[in-house]
Design a protein around this ligand. Structure first.
Ligand code: F6P
Length: 357
């Protein structure tokens, strides 16, 4: 009998359940005697032996369901080697649970932080296979992560709604889009919704150029401007600050986020009325879009296939539409950012979108 452990870790996203269903269906189809153990709330379940035996019925009807049936939590990688409040060695505890349950392997669904811990567990000798989940699409080694396209759709809908109200008022609207340190989500939602200005962490903006772009629209008789601003967007000036100085500046700021700071500056410099909208966690919620259901199912089935073949220490990813396996050591600790020189940026600029640079 093969006993497989599975867990979801870090921030949730759409299609986590679809991916787990893909793993489970392919395991049940292709391994004669298999048992699946689900760890609750991410690595926490593995640390504290909090798990449940899953049956085929648990994976039924979850393809379209948002969130994760196993629950999740953030367990920062940098604290993995620190004992918990009761002195427990977290890494040892996870290895012990794995051994106690005589697991054949662990299937881990997660983002960047999760992959660092997955790699650590693999280095500790556990059999690990991972799947790339995140709305941020920032995982190295794969063109796409599941959750991303669903979040793009939601952020696009949000900006579409802003468009109709913006067209009725003469205002500058800022929509702040999630994405942590990268701009994939903002870039795609911004283009899809016809935003006039897109600000990304990868392309620090020059406030003068930004004001120029807004004023140009006003001079052309455009009644409104819509800015899609990544939560990690940064000005050229701030990008020159040391990490420490930037942190101090942000802690001392009167504004809850970059959009409000930017809004105040634009209002002062252009005299235009500003409105800020932050769709926030809505972007991670709801049912996965069809595209995410497809790739999550493919990733899940491919992960099961690695288990059937006994190939461990890999993340399942996608390159040029084909499933690939990427060694965890290549994935862990890297960030896939938008390349400011990529053709998508060039094409966006060709249609007149300003990146404030
Ligand atoms: O990584 C996914 C993500 O939604 C980011 O886009 C965002 O910065 C972060 O998680 C929010 O995290 P939390 O849910 O812990 O507030």
């Amino acid at each position: 009998m093969k006993r497989i452990g599975i867990l979801t870790s870090g921030g949730d996203c759409q299609a986590l359940n679809a991916a787990m269903r893909g793993v489970a269906k392919a395991l049940y189809e292709n391994i004669r005697d298999v048992e699946i153990i689900g760890f609750l709330d991410g690595y926490k379940g593995l640390m504290y032996s909090d798990y449940t035996k899953l049956n085929p019925v648990d994976f039924s009807g979850i393809l379209t369901k948002g969130g994760t049936i196993l629950g999740t939590s953030r367990q920062p990688f940098k604290k993995m080697r620190e004992p918990d409040s009761n002195g427990l060695d977290k890494v040892k505890a996870m290895v012990d649970t794995y051994k106690k349950l005589r697991l054949e392997c662990l299937v881990i669904l997660g983002g960047n932080g999760t992959h660092k811990t997955a790699n650590l567990l693999s280095e500790e000798g556990l059999n690990v296979v991972t799947l790339p989940k995140t709305i941020d699409n920032d995982i190295y080694g794969t063109d796409i992560t599941f959750g991303f396209q669903s979040a793009v759709d939601i952020a696009t809908d949000a900006i579409d709604c802003i468009h109709t109200t913006a067209a009725s008022h003469s205002r500058v609207f800022i929509v702040e889009v999630m994405g942590h340190k990268v701009g994939w989500l903002t870039l795609h939602a911004g283009i899809a919704s016809g935003a006039d200005i897109i600000l990304l962490p990868e392309i620090p903006y020059d406030i003068d150029k930004l004001i120029e772009a807004i004023n140009k629209r006003t001079e052309e008789g455009k009644q409104f401007s819509i800015l899609a601003v990544a939560e990690g967007a940064i000005s050229k000036k701030d990008a020159k600050l040391s990490k420490k100085k930037l942190k101090e500046k942000r802690e001392a700021s009167l504004y809850p986020s970059i959009s409000y700071e930017l809004g105040a500056e634009i209002q002062e410099r252009t005299g235009q009325e500003i409105r800020v909208t932050i769709p926030g966690h809505m972007q991670r919620g709801g049912s996965p879009c069809a595209y995410d259901r497809v790739i999550a199912t493919r990733f899940g089935a491919a992960a099961a296939n690695l288990i059937v073949k006994g190939e461990y220490g890999y993340m399942v990813g996608m390159r040029d539409g084909e499933i690939v396996k990427v060694p965890l050591s290549e994935v862990a600790g890297k960030l896939k950012m938008v390349d400011p020189k990529s053709s998508i940026i060039e094409e966006a600029k060709l249609i007149g979108i300003s990146f404030g640079d």
